[in-house]
Structures are given as structure tokens and as C-alpha cells.
Design a protein around this ligand. Structure first.
Ligand SMILES: [Zn+2]
Length: 373
């Protein structure tokens, strides 16, 4: 299952009480002993104590059992989505440490998962030289080889003759073979992206090989190229490739976020009616289904309310301003905003707390909405 289909499925999941649990998993064995205690604290804070409904307590036990079984394969973090009532059990490895959090709601709590997927997208790393190409797929689950290509090389000339001509012929033939090798590699990359649901490509190799390979990349792959790194393909280990390629993806992400925020600032300058900032303005815009891009800080949360009848979001009103139905409290109104924006075809960017955001939260709109309306 690709990262995106998992999120899509989670976004469609509804139940009367779904537990979402995020836990950071230390690689240090001495710190691992603290994991069950941290889980208990989070369960308790989410209201899952001996007085909680039996179904909820059973689901909490499912999570305890799952976490107890993780010790042999500890990675940076795990997300668990559980509801016995609707047969939901989903365990997702997280490539980064996320703050511990347990939330009980009517659907899975997806913000931390979306944020990690955005920061660590599944990608294809191509390590290539003039004759060999190795394609590795990097995801939160690990790193695996998707393809390995070996193209025929050129034999050295072994005949006597006019040296210059022989060299010229051999060089031409060699260049043709290298071009063909690169073309085959491009085809393999296209297949790997399709098969593995990757969004990005990272290229590694000698400076010369990388430059050469970039020239044969068709436009649709160049648009997905996060960048490149220099390595010696004959000696680089998969772990080293991953480390170098992760750095490339990190840089790509920071650059992408910087462009996005610049774009919002530019909009605020020239088309101010299509940018709103602050929670009140953004809530109104989300309620109007007007948000094209919502930017929120990853670790910010705020309680709020939602009307189950018309999906209207608000801060604290007891009843819905449109239909009068009693509102349901939610622990994090940002989560509701994120899901509503995705639901209406917009995009969401979750940024670090120290990102230079022009107002928080901030939204770029498809059309202006009345302030505070
Ligand atoms: Zn309503």
C-alpha cells in the first residue's frame, strides 16, 4: 500500500470511537523501557481509564499488545489506529520521532502522519554510472532494491590500425552505449515510481555520471527530481545512499516550503483579499470551502467544536450557528481544518514551529470570503 492510499483510507474511516496513538520509539534499549509508561500516560490523558467504555478499554489493550510486540523492530516512531467496532487496526512506521499523543475521535487523527509523510516522502534513489544502475526505494518502512541494471560495456580495441580512427570509433560506440544505458535506466525509474507510488527521484553517482544522466531525464521526471548527490556507486552501502538521499530530500522540502511561503507573501501584497491569517479568519475560510492552501505549524493544536450535521467548525459555541444542532467538542480544531481542506480539494502544508510563516495559521484562498463571516 502506498503512503497516499493509506491516508486516503484513514480519511474515509469513521467510527464512534477510534483511537489514534503516536509514540516515539527510542533506538536506545535503556530508553525503550519507558515506552509502556509513556503510552499509559497518553491513554490516561485521552480519557481511557478504568471508567471508560468497555469497547474503548479493549481497543487500548490492542494498542498495548501491539506496542509490546514492537521491541525487536524499534524504529523512530509508530502510529496505531484502532477501533474494534469497525475492524480497524492499522500500524504505520514513522521515519521521524513525533511527540507522543493519543486521541479518541470519530475518525483517525492524521495530522502527525501527514506531516511526516510530507517531510519524508517515499522516493526512488538511482545510483548510476555509465554501465550500472541501482534503484532503491526509500520509505518509512525501510529501503529496498527495486531494480538493478547492467548494460554491456565497450571492449578495448585490440586491432592494429590508425590509432586516431580506432579511438574515434570506439568512443562513438561507447557514447552510444552509455546513452542507451541511461535510457534503460530512465525506463526502470518510470516503472519503479509507478509500482511503488513514489513521488520523488534522487540521483547519485560521480559528478560526471549524474550530470550525464540528468540530460536524458524526460520533463515529467525532471519535475520530480529532488536533487542529486555525489557518491562512488561501487563502494557506497545502501545505508550511505539513504543518508545522502535523505539530505537531498530534506533540502528539497525546505526549498519547497520557502517558495510556498514566498508565494503567500506575494499574494498578501498584491491580492490581499485572497490571503487570511489567524485562526478565526482561517476557520471562516475553511467553512466556506474557500481554502486552496492551508499552512499550519506542525505542533500547534487548539480545542474546538464541530457540527456533525453541516460540518461547520467553530471555537467553542455550544450549538451550530447554521442549523442549531449541538456541537461536538474536538481536541484539535486544526485537525478538522486540515481534513476539511483536503476534502474540498485544497492542499495543506505543515511547517516547523520556527518557519517564517506570514501569520498563523495562514491560508491562500480560491476566492475572497467575508472577514469573520
Ligand atoms: Zn450545523
Amino acid at each position: 500500500m502506498t503512503d497516499r492510499t493509506l491516508v486516503d483510507r484513514l480519511l474515509r474511516t469513521r467510527g464512534s470511537a477510534v483511537i489514534s496513538a503516536y509514540l516515539g520509539l527510542p533506538n536506545d534499549p535503556t530508553e525503550q523501557r519507558g515506552v509502556p509508561i509513556r503510552l499509559e500516560e497518553q491513554l490516561y490523558q485521552a480519557g481511557i481509564d478504568p471508567r471508560a467504555a468497555p469497547a474503548l478499554r479493549r481497543d487500548a489493550d490492542t494498542i498495548r499488545d501491539a506496542v509490546a510486540g514492537l521491541y525487536d523492530t524499534l524504529r523512530n516512531g509508530v502510529a496505531l489506529f484502532v477501533s474494534g467496532e469497525i475492524g480497524l487496526f492499522e500500524q504505520v512506521w514513522l521515519p521521524r520521532i513525533v511527540p507522543d499523543r493519543v486521541i479518541v475521535g470519530q475518525r483517525p487523527y492524521v495530522r502527525p502522519l501527514l506531516a511526516t509523510q510530507q517531510r519524508c516522502p517515499r522516493y526512488c534513489a538511482v545510483v548510476t554510472d555509465h554501465q550500472h544502475s541501482t534503484l532503491l526505494i526509500a520509505s518509512a518502512d525501510g529501503l529496498w532494491e527495486s531494480d538493478h541494471l547492467v548494460s554491456p560495456g565497450v571492449r578495448k580495441p585490440n586491432f592494429a590500425g590508425w590509432y586516431g580512427l580506432a579511438e574515434y570509433t570506439v568512443r562513438n560506440r561507447a557514447e552510444g552505449l552509455v546513452r542507451r544505458h541511461h535510457r534503460h535506466t530512465v525506463e526502470a525509474v518510470e516503472n519503479a515510481l509507478r509500482r511503488n507510488g513514489c513521488e520523488l527521484v534522487v540521483v547519485g553517482g560521480s559528478r560526471h555520471s549524474v550530470a550525464e544522466f540528468r540530460t536524458v531525464l524526460p520533463r515529467h521526471l525532471r519535475e520530480r527530481l529532488a536533487g542529486s548527490f555525489t557518491t562512488n556507486p561501487r563502494v557506497a552501502t545502501p545505508a550511505e545512499v539513504r543518508r545522502d538521499a535523505d539530505e537531498v530530500v530534506d533540502r528539497w522540502n525546505r526549498e519547497r516550503q520557502r517558495r510556498l511561503l514566498d508565494d503567500i507573501r506575494a499574494h498578501a501584497g498584491t491580492d490581499a483579499a485572497r490571503v487570511v491569517s489567524g485562526l478565526t479568519g482561517c476557520l471562516s475560510a475553511v467553512n466556506e470551502r474557500a481554502v486552496d492552501l492551508l499552512v499550519v505549524r506542525t505542533h500547534d493544536t487548539a480545542p474546538g467544536v464541530v457540527c456533525d450535521n453541516c460540518d461547520l467548525l467553530a471555537f467553542e459555541e455550544r450549538t451550530c450557528a447554521i442549523c442549531g444542532t449541538e456541537n461536538r467538542p474536538v481536541p484539535d480544531v486544526y485537525e478538522e481544518m486540515v481534513v476539511a481542506v483536503l476534502d474540498s480539494g485544497g492542499t495543506v502544508e505543515q511547517v516547523d514551529s520556527d518557519a517564517p510563516v506570514p501569520g498563523h495559521p495562514v491560508a491562500r484562498l480560491r476566492f475572497p470570503v467575508p472577514a469573520g463571516g
